[in-house]
Design a protein around this ligand. Structure first.
Ligand SMILES: Nc1ncnc2c1ncn2[C@@H]1O[C@H](COP(=O)(O)OP(=O)(O)OP(=O)(O)O)[C@@H](O)[C@H]1O
Ligand SMILES: N[C@@H](CCO)C(=O)O
Length: 358
């Protein structure tokens, strides 16, 4: 019998870009890659993982985000994921604001589509990604690529809560299908909704590169979302709306202006509420284009703690300025915060994959 091999490549992403909380996202030139060999018979699924903090990544189908996602998609189509030999290489740091969970969810949806031959369109895959991730910014960029602006056409909060309340053992099988641990779509408490989101891809200026400064500590999105208020004042909402509309166009200008962009990347919806989770953040966000030539604007990447500086020049020098502030700040362990600088491009192409039989 011929063996199927699936190769999947998914970009990292940033989200929010300042005022665009849960709206703006961009795909980065940093990729999770996954090779899946479909095994025959009743062999168990095996997962090998290399990358950032590998010991923290679960290797069982029920606990690993990629296989959990793939199993859910399979179950929602009345089938099970076949046994797999999965090899994941992931340079995207976990829990740092570079969309690692979004990339894992995208990889999981594609994996189910290919391993189970579901024939889903990209739009339908996006529906599932949105349903699982719960907010559109990271997964839209990772799946489709580019600089994206998106909204949810359906309020998925309730449905996401239902999905996350499911015990993965209700829809995951360890690959030995003999145990028959799966539910059919009609048995799942979550009906798979269609057309969940809408998005546009914006033509980001080619002269803009992203400097990401990644501290060595993690911050889970769950925690970073839990500290946000339920309601905002009218003045704070207006503050963000005004900047968001200017920012989206200003970032697409042939000659991006720091005079427009720096102020347009200010935010009152999330960064202030999260700053106690990221030591040194107020000082970092106060860096200006006058102090750092080439800097257009600076913000928290996603839910943090990584900092994103958009720039047209002096990328490494800008990264070093941020690093210096962290070196002079104390982390939770009382020590200076070490960090890594990457200079990345926003990539037009999102997730790609090939499936071959040998
Ligand atoms: N490749 C992966 N394989 C398995 N689990 C993963 C993978 N990538 C991420 N995860 C899971 O997602 C968690 C991180 O998700 P979280 O949403 O907290 O942060 P993030 O996605 O890196 O940041 P942000 O959402 O702010 O961009 C990890 O701790 C891990 O449990
Ligand atoms: N918009 C999301 C991105 C992180 O996943 C947030 O800031 O919580």
């Amino acid at each position: 019998m011929s063996a199927k091999t699936i190769l999947i490549k998914v970009p990292a992403s940033t989200a929010n870009l300042g005022p665009g909380f849960d709206v703006l996202g961009a795909a980065f030139s940093l990729y999770l890659t996954l090779e899946a060999r479909v095994l025959s018979g009743k062999q168990p699924t095996t997962i090998t993982y290399s990358g950032n903090n590998p010991h923290t990544v679960p290797r069982t189908v029920r606990d690993n985000l990629i296989t959990q996602t793939a199993s859910y998609i399979a179950a929602a189509h009345g089938t099970v994921l076949p046994p797999l030999d999965l090899r994941v290489e992931n340079p995207i740091p976990l829990g740092r604001g570079l969309g690692s969970s979004g990339s894992a969810v995208v990889a999981g949806v594609i994996l189910a589509n290919e391993a189970c031959g579901l024939g889903l369109s990209k739009e339908r895959m996006l529906d599932y990604c949105l349903l699982i991730e719960g907010h559109p910014d990271n997964v839209t960029a990772s799946l489709l690529g580019g600089f994206c602006s998106s909204y949810l056409a359906v309020n998925v909060t309730k449905e996401c809560a239902m999905l996350h309340a499911l015990d993965p053992s209700e829809y995951c099988s360890e690959g030995n299908n003999a145990d028959g641990v799966h539910k059919r779509a009609s048995d799942l408490p979550l009906p798979p909704i269609e057309n969940i989101g809408r998005h546009v891809k914006l033509p980001l200026s080619k002269s803009i590169r992203a400097v990401v400064i990644i501290p060595q500590f993690e911050l889970s999105t769950k925690l970073a979302r839990s500290v946000l208020p339920e309601a905002y004042s009218r003045s704070d909402v207006i503050f963000n709306l005004q900047r968001l509309s200017v920012l989206t166009l200003a970032l697409c200008s042939e000659k991006p202006s720091s005079d427009l962009i720096y102020g347009a990347m200010q935010d009152r919806i999330h960064q202030h509420y999260r700053q106690h989770l990221v030591p040194g953040l107020p000082k970092i966000l106060a860096l200006t284009p006058a102090q750092c030539p080439g800097l257009l604007g600076i913000c928290v990447s996603g839910a943090g703690p990584t900092v994103l500086a958009l720039a047209t020049d002096n990328f490494e020098a800008i990264g070093r300025e941020v690093q210096q502030i962290w070196t002079n700040s104390q982390g939770a362990d009382g020590k200076a915060i070490q960090s890594e600088v990457l200079v990345l491009d926003v990539v037009d192409e999102g997730a790609t994959w090939t499936t071959s039989s040998s």
